[in-house]
Ligand binder design. Structure first.
Ligand code: NZQ
Ligand code: ZN
Length: 385
């Protein structure tokens, strides 16, 4: 096992009716800004519950944080907070609202150009406003991690940052609040969580059976529960299992002490920045090709994955690996997330532009062995046409 630091201060309040507990976790004298997205929380009653739970506090709202939150929009929230002297943020929504809130929290008192927070990947943050979250879409793990991804539309740049100062103080996870998710977002959430586990598990062995078995358990749970959520959207237990899976997939636990990949995510971010695809759609396109092209470097873990996650134990090594990768791709399709560039009206003609963006963001030696060069990314994309 590799050396590691594990730190996660986020308090989780999980279960039915937990929004009512907001009053216990938001300081009584806080001047609160509630941040949210395009309005799903208004139509499904979550907003009213939040306001009722915050009764008695100074509360303002900021709406319109878009999927793949934009720097341009988030800076408007920063202005509002400075003007109104607000001091506590509450993100209510999916990963985009939570990521956006993390950026806002870090930018409010930042001296200098806030875009450099993204350029320096968060290393230059020295303070952040405290914030909590109410999660309505299980997918990113942002509710219990210190990462955030922000898009600057004018530059077509989607960039990530992280810093310990932007862990949420608390996150409320009520699985019943995910009943109103559109089918597309249920699929997206399961695929994103699956990809997060794979980025931390599908590398090379370092004798880490605890992390491996946690990871395999999360993958198997997603494989079992994901299709149930599509078939019975109001099954509470299914939603609860998926929600907790997605949180554990990216809260630092399974990634502690093991090599990590993340090449699929980095290539995927360029696809979103250039063509507006949903985050999980990009992962469904890129991940199968990434595994096929990098089969040799990942051979030992691919065989373990085939056996333990998919129960594939017969046949030659190559046949088992190929089957496991195909089963992975089929699972994404079963969750309603298409896995080819051509499914999104993209193709070979787009590959040069994607590689150019990777290069301009210095994404030229990705992966756990830093061997995912632009040539490797090209091969992956060619396989994904
Ligand atoms: O904006 P509203 O109206 O709320 O609608 C949203 C949005 O249109 C809707 N939605 C959310 N909860 C709902 C709901 N609709 C009905 N009922 C509900 N309960 O779903 C749509 C998508 O929301 P979004 O927040 O964009 O999705 P997701 O949670 O998948 O977040 C994606 C973003 O997170 C980033 C991605 O890159 C992307 O920008 N990621 C963040 C990570 C992190 N912080 O660790 C890691 C991930 O790899 C990922 O990169
Ligand atoms: Zn992701």
């Amino acid at each position: 096992m590799l050396n590691f630091d594990f730190y996660n201060p986020t308090q989780i309040l999980f279960g039915k009716g937990r929004i009512a507990d907001l009053a216990k976790v938001v300081p009584a004298d806080a001047r609160v800004l509630v941040l949210y997205g395009g309005g799903s929380i208004k139509s499904n009653g979550v907003f009213d519950e939040v306001m009722a739970a915050l009764a008695g506090r100074t509360v303002q709202e900021f709406s319109g944080i878009e999927p793949n939150p934009s720097y341009e929009t988030l800076m408007q929230a920063v202005e509002l907070i400075r003007k109104e002297k607000l001091d506590f943020l509450l993100a209510v929504g999916g990963g985009s609202v939570i990521d956006g809130t993390k950026f806002v929290a870090a930018a409010v008192n930042f001296e200098g150009d806030p875009w450099t927070i993204l350029e320096k990947r968060g290393r230059n943050i020295t303070s952040a406003l405290p914030f909590g979250t109410i999660l309505t879409l299980p997918a990113t793990g942002s509710e219990m991690n210190d990462g955030s991804v922000v898009t600057r539309k004018s530059l077509q740049a989607k960039m990530a940052f992280s810093n310990k100062l932007v862990f949420p103080k608390f996150s409320i996870l009520d699985p019943a609040k995910t009943f109103t998710l559109p089918v597309r977002q249920i699929g997206n959430g399961v695929v994103d969580a699956y990809a997060h586990v794979m980025e931390q598990y599908m590398t090379y062995p370092v004798n880490s059976p605890v992390q491996d078995r946690f990871a395999e358990g999360l993958l198997q749970t997603l494989i079992e529960e994901g299709p149930k959520a599509l078939a019975n959207p109001e099954d509470y237990d299914t939603r609860a299992n998926i929600m907790w899976c997605a949180t554990l997939a990216l809260n630092g636990l399974i990634g502690a002490g093991v090599p990590q990949d993340w090449a699929t995510h980095m290539v995927g971010h360029e696809l979103t920045a250039l063509y507006g695809l949903d985050h999980a759609q990009t992962l469904a396109i890129v991940l199968p090709g990434m595994l096929r092209v990098r089969k040799e470097g990942k051979r030992a873990k691919l065989l373990q994955y085939a056996a333990r996650v998919w129960g594939i134990t017969e046949g030659s090594e190559d046949a088992r690996i190929d089957q496991a990768i195909q089963r992975t791709q089929d699972f994404f399709e079963k969750m309603g997330v298409k896995t080819r560039l051509s499914d999104y009206q993209l193709g070979a003609q787009n590959i040069d532009a994607i590689l150019k963006h990777l290069e301009s963001h210095r994404m030229v030696t990705l992966g756990e062995q830093r061997d995912v060069t632009l040539d490797v990314s090209r091969k992956v994309l060619e396989l994904s046409v």
